[in-house]
Write a protein that binds this ligand. Structure first.
Ligand SMILES: [Fe+2]
Length: 188
């Protein structure tokens, strides 16, 4: 279930519409898409991009995105630890980070201009658009898996600029399942 926590305000929102409203006020787009368009969670990249062509086209018009692809990360991913190291330190991009989750779970931490720390857990059906320049970091959840459509404004793809703030170290990479299982990949 999608969840938004505002860590420093001890606030948690679980209603998708309310999450969309809250995030919209700080320029982050959150919405639910119909995930039942795919015959299988393991559909090929081509099938996925075809099934969501209309939604992707609309986003491209709105945000000037020029390419879309599907990222697959799971326990079998080669060099998984090294890959997660790239995501789980606070960084920003000079383009929007747009992710539509198809499978698995993800945990976005966002540090707002006001200094709030937002934690957003996403799952199948969640679209999140984090505006360029927003400081954030990303972890997997206990299932250690995410499959997502990504959109880019530049053909060069994913380029992170690390802040070096180490703000990420102050927050455990937890997902909000009943067992609060800690992410199995250690930073050290
Ligand atoms: Fe990022």
């Amino acid at each position: 279930m999608v969840s938004l926590k505002i860590m420093n305000k001890n606030l948690e929102i679980k209603n998708p519409e309310e999450i969309g409203e809250y995030l919209g006020k700080i320029g982050i787009q959150y919405e639910r898409w119909n995930w039942e368009k795919l015959s299988s969670e393991d559909a090929s990249q081509e099938e996925i991009l075809e099934a969501y062509a209309r939604e992707i086209g609309k986003l491209k018009e709105q945000g000037g995105y020029v390419t879309a692809d599907v990222i697959d990360i799971n326990k079998k991913t080669e060099n998984l630890g090294a890959m997660l190291e790239k995501f789980n330190r606070e960084h920003w991009h000079d383009e929007d980070e747009v992710r539509y989750t198809l499978k698995g779970h993800g945990l976005f931490h966002i540090r707002t201009e006001d200094g709030d720390i937002l934690v957003i857990e996403v799952e199948r059906g969640d679209l999140l658009r984090v505006l360029r320049g927003t400081k954030h970091w990303f972890n997997l959840c206990s299932d250690m898996e995410i499959r997502a459509i990504r959109l880019f404004q530049q053909k060069s793809g994913w380029t992170p600029y690390y802040t070096g703030s180490r703000a990420d170290e102050k927050f455990q990479p937890l997902c909000f399942g009943p067992s609060f299982i800690k992410n199995a990949v250690s930073r050290d």
